[in-house]
Ligand binder design. Structure first.
Ligand code: NAD
Length: 417
């Protein structure tokens, strides 16, 4: 899938070009924003449990730091490439800008299959990554966080390694930490919760009553599981379908959401859940439901299946789940797509709150985090919606225009362009 059509970085550049054109940005600004400002690759030797050494390839991309320290997660995945990391770093730049927090965009990763690594091997990989990157990261330079297949425990090992190298307490070097080590209340479900807040705002603008409606969730990790729990709690939606990399389950009456999540946590997969029929990932994306939450990886909704999507709202908790061609098709069909870098910005927003609390060494109760997150997401949605109305463009382009304008202004004020 690494043709230009599916290469995530080519997609990110295409999306930016459209916004830049619409905003009338000059050539220098466009070229600056099309590329990462810095990128690193690391060769990471890791001692395996059997005594052999395996060599892993790691990456860190600092895309644009004009609005503040670069910020973005670390993904451990067998398909991780420098282009995926570049794309995700670009999206982080637009994400921090669209929610207007004083951070830039970055991203990192390691090409590996964590499912094949023991806990001790994962710890050694986490520490090796920090040893390789310690000079380039820090609370005021570049701040990693969790992403696909990295957890609060991985963040804890990384913070420990960094503080061991620096010989001082610097919890703000990484976010998504366990609460006991300076993590923020409300971080664990922040991505999904932020998605619920913008889905609520979108439904209100579209005149859709969500209470009693239905939703389907593709991907059942951090984002997907909390989406299942919160879709009912915050929006009053029934969860009728969910899937993970092994396949999906379907119940038109709606699942007991807590039981579904417990089943996934206990068995490591969704299939086999009682009171459900099997459903393929393809069928799930085409279900007739009120809200579809893509919560897995890139390129789930393409020009092939977009004509069959029946959801009224697509709330992209995953990064890059919809290709540009599919975007056009969904827009023409009247499906309202809440673009990834707005829909899933709750994660980085609470990561930012975590950094603020680390800097103050003073911690907020969970209600305060939820309230501040709601305010931030609601304000961001309002800015994007205003752009939709003024410019008569689809939501992704409107969100890009809001974000790119803010980053371009910061670059201009710094005298870069
Ligand atoms: P995760 O590792 O916790 O979960 C990923 C899930 O996707 C797993 O359930 C896996 O089985 C499933 N999956 C993988 N391939 C699939 C496929 N082909 N079909 C269906 N399911 C599949 O990761 P996560 O943190 O939940 O991240 C998911 C998405 O959300 C990613 O795109 C990530 O970049 C994005 N995101 C996450 C956060 C966060 O705070 N966790 C923040 C912003 C964006």
């Amino acid at each position: 899938m690494d043709t230009d059509e599916y290469n995530p970085f080519s997609i990110a550049q295409r999306q930016l070009d459209e916004a830049a054109e619409r905003l009338g940005l000059d050539e220098g600004t466009r070229e600056l924003l099309r590329w990462p400002m810095r990128e690193y690759t690391f060769t990471l030797p890791v001692r395996m449990d059997d005594g052999t050494t395996r060599i892993f390839r790691g990456y860190r991309v600092q895309y644009n730091g004009s609005r503040g320290p670069t910020k973005g997660g670390l993904r451990w995945h067998p398909d991780e490439t420098i282009d995926t990391v570049r794309a995700l770093a670009a999206w982080m730049t637009w994400k921090t800008a669209v929610v207007d927090i004083p951070l830039g965009g970055g991203k990192g990763g390691v090409t590996c299959n964590p499912k094949e690594l023991s806990r001790n091997e994962q710890e050694r990989l986490a520490r090796a990554y920090i040893r390789a990157s310690a000079r380039m990261i820090g609370p005021h330079t570049d701040v990693p966080a969790p992403d696909v297949y990295t957890s609060p425990q991985v963040m804890a090992w990384m913070m420990d390694e960094y503080e061991t190298i620096r010989q001082e307490s610097r919890p703000g070097v990484i976010t998504g930490k366990p609460i006991a080590l300076g993590g923020s209340h409300g971080r664990v479900d922040a991505t999904a919760r932020g998605g619920m807040f913008v889905a609520r705002e979108a439904a209100a603008k579209l005149g859709i009553d969500l209470a009693g409606g239905t939703c389907a969730i593709q991907g059942f990790g951090n984002a997907g599981q909390y989406a299942a729990l919160l879709a009912g709690e915050v929006l009053g939606l029934k969860v009728v379908a969910a899937s993970d990399s092994h396949g999906g389950v379907y119940n038109p009456e709606g699942f007991d959401r807590k039981k579904l999540v417990d089943h996934k946590l206990f068995t490591g997969r969704l299939d086999g859940f009682p009171e459900a029929k099997p459903i393929s990932n393809e069928e799930l994306l085409e279900l007739d439901c009120t809200v579809l939450f893509p919560s897995a990886l890139e390129n789930s909704i393409t020009a092939v299946n977009a004509p069959n999507v029946k959801a009224k709202i697509v709330c992209e908790l995953a990064n890059g789940p919809t290709t540009p061609d599919a975007d056009t098709i969904l827009h023409e069909k009247g499906v309202f797509v809440i673009p990834d870098f707005l829909a899933n910005a709750g994660g980085v927003t609470v990561s930012y709150f975590e950094q603020v609390q680390n800097a103050y060494n003073h911690y907020w109760p969970v209600d305060e985090v939820h309230r501040k997150l709601d305010e931030t997401m609601t304000r961001a949605f309002a800015a994007v919606h205003e752009m939709i109305e003024i410019e008569k463009v689809h939501p992704r382009l409107a969100a890009y225009m809001v974000a790119v304008q803010r980053v371009a202004e910061a670059c201009r004020l710094r005298g870069w362009i």
